[in-house]
Design a protein around this ligand. Structure first.
Ligand SMILES: NC(=O)c1ccc[n+]([C@@H]2O[C@H](COP(=O)([O-])OP(=O)(O)OC[C@H]3O[C@@H](n4cnc5c(N)ncnc54)[C@H](O)[C@@H]3O)[C@@H](O)[C@H]2O)c1
Ligand SMILES: [Zn+2]
Length: 405
């Protein structure tokens, strides 16, 4: 038996934020990030809609990108003081993910971060509050997923919390919120979304229910992402739906080792002055992982099917997979994303000498490989890498080498 779970309601289209008016309850807390939602007036609108619905509203502001365990614990304390019956999380993946983890701690104050990280081990929520997620980036799709990614900065590692309990009750997919994204954010979050769709499609637990949204999403992202990046607002609006469909696919279909590697490399070089941004990490690693996974016959067939579906050409299975890899690398070029960590600058743009020094990468490679294999996303990858293979893959994503193993 398999399970396919989504939010109870999904409001979409321009102006969908207004759905907040229809909520019934006494108290709502709105969780937001560093200021973009306030700057563009969406926070004020959300607050006004909730007040129109007769609710008292409190704010948790300033949730940082790649949110920390400390932020989660502090936010949960505020929730425990205020006792909301609705949690409204607005913004990119960071504030929404942080709010999901705060929600667990609010409902179960004795629950530790380690408890939360037990995969599919979250106790029953909704005893105190329900959850609305309003996404402002077109990538993580956390508004529909059973996941939350929290960073433990002491270890420099991102941990996925995974349980259908944290699938939001209501998702609001309003493209107006995504129209204010700067170009770089469009590029990174969009490549995150196509990675979700492709990883979900070849996952070992993919099903008819996840294949359908995955294929739709990846094909449309291929057509729309570069246009959106270059300022086509109709393409930007379509991207907001496509990324959400990719989320519907991977929330139940799960992911693979592109994400395992991105989770374990994202913050591990922070002492050298930057993060490898999640979407950019995925964009660099995906072509290498496709070549690695294609040694598995079922995965190879599925990648070739993707190439056919996207009309990328090619006669043989190998040619089709090569065309898929080439198409993804072209997207990286068009979006100003480097092909490997060695060329990844502290500002995320391609550069001759990136911010991660070669000797530091080599010194940390073994630990990253061990941690990536232990990541929750590895279990559903089509091929289970050994530590040695993961180390080789890491070399390929550092130096942009061909994968021949
Ligand atoms: N839960 C999941 O299923 C899932 C999936 C993939 C990634 N993630 C996680 O999500 C996080 C990344 O989220 P993200 O990529 O959405 O970015 P983000 O939430 O970290 O936001 C990045 C920056 O963009 C700004 N921003 C957000 N929306 C904006 C808008 N509309 N206009 C202008 N500025 C805006 C924010 O203020 C912030 O400074 C990472 O921690 C990643 O690991 C979660
Ligand atoms: Zn992702």
């Amino acid at each position: 038996m398999q399970r396919f779970t989504n939010p109870r309601d999904l409001y979409h289209g321009k102006g969908a934020l207004e759905a907040l008016k229809t909520l019934k309850g006494k108290k709502a807390v709105i969780c937001v990030g560093g200021g973009s939602m306030k700057r563009f007036g969406f926070l004020q609108k959300a607050q006004a809609y909730l007040e129109e619905a007769g609710m008292e509203v409190a704010l948790i502001e300033g949730i940082e990108p790649d949110p920390s365990v400390t932020t989660v614990m502090k936010g949960a304390e505020k929730m425990l003081e205020f006792q909301p019956d609705w949690i409204i999380a607005m913004g990119g993946g960071s504030p929404i993910d942080a709010a999901k983890a705060m929600w667990i701690k609010y409902e179960y104050p004795e629950c530790t971060f380690e408890d939360m990280c037990k995969i599919f081990g979250i106790p029953e929520l909704r005893k105190k509050a329900k959850f609305v997620a309003v996404s402002s980036t077109s990538g993580t799709a956390t508004e529909v997923t059973a996941f939350s990614i929290i960073t433990d900065y002491e270890k420099g590692i991102k941990y996925p919390i995974a349980d259908f309990e944290i699938t939001p009750d209501i998702a609001i997919v309003d493209p107006e919120l995504a129209e204010t994204m700067p170009k770089k954010l469009v590029a990174h979050t969009g490549m995150d979304a196509i990675t979700h769709a492709i990883e979900a499609y070849v996952s070992t637990v993919a099903s008819d229910f996840t294949d359908a949204p995955a294929l739709y999403a990846m094909d449309h992202i291929k057509d729309d992402l570069v246009k959106s990046y270059n300022g086509d607002m109709e393409a930007r609006d379509r991207m907001h739906n496509s990324q959400c469909l990719a989320g519907i696919a991977f929330s139940s279909g799960l992911l693979g080792i592109v994400h395992s590697m991105a989770h374990k490399t994202g913050a591990i070089f922070a002492d050298y002055g930057a993060h490898i941004i999640h979407g950019a990490a995925n964009a660099m690693y995906l072509p290498k992982v496709i070549a690695f996974n294609a040694k598995d016959e079922r995965a190879a067939k599925r990648y070739a099917f993707i190439a056919d579906y996207m009309k990328l050409g090619g006669e043989t299975q190998d040619e089709k997979i090569a065309n898929l890899i080439a198409m993804l690398r072209r997207m990286n070029d068009d979006l100003n994303i480097p092909h490997c960590i060695k060329n990844y600058g502290a500002d995320s743009y391609p550069t001759e000498q990136g911010f991660v020094p070669e000797d530091v990468f080599q010194a940390r490679k073994h630990d990253i490989a061990v941690n990536a294999i232990a990541d929750a996303c590895t279990g559903s990858n089509p091929r289970q890498p050994s530590v040695e293979e993961m180390e080789k893959l890491l070399d390929c994503v550092y130096y942009d080498l061909d994968v021949d193993f």
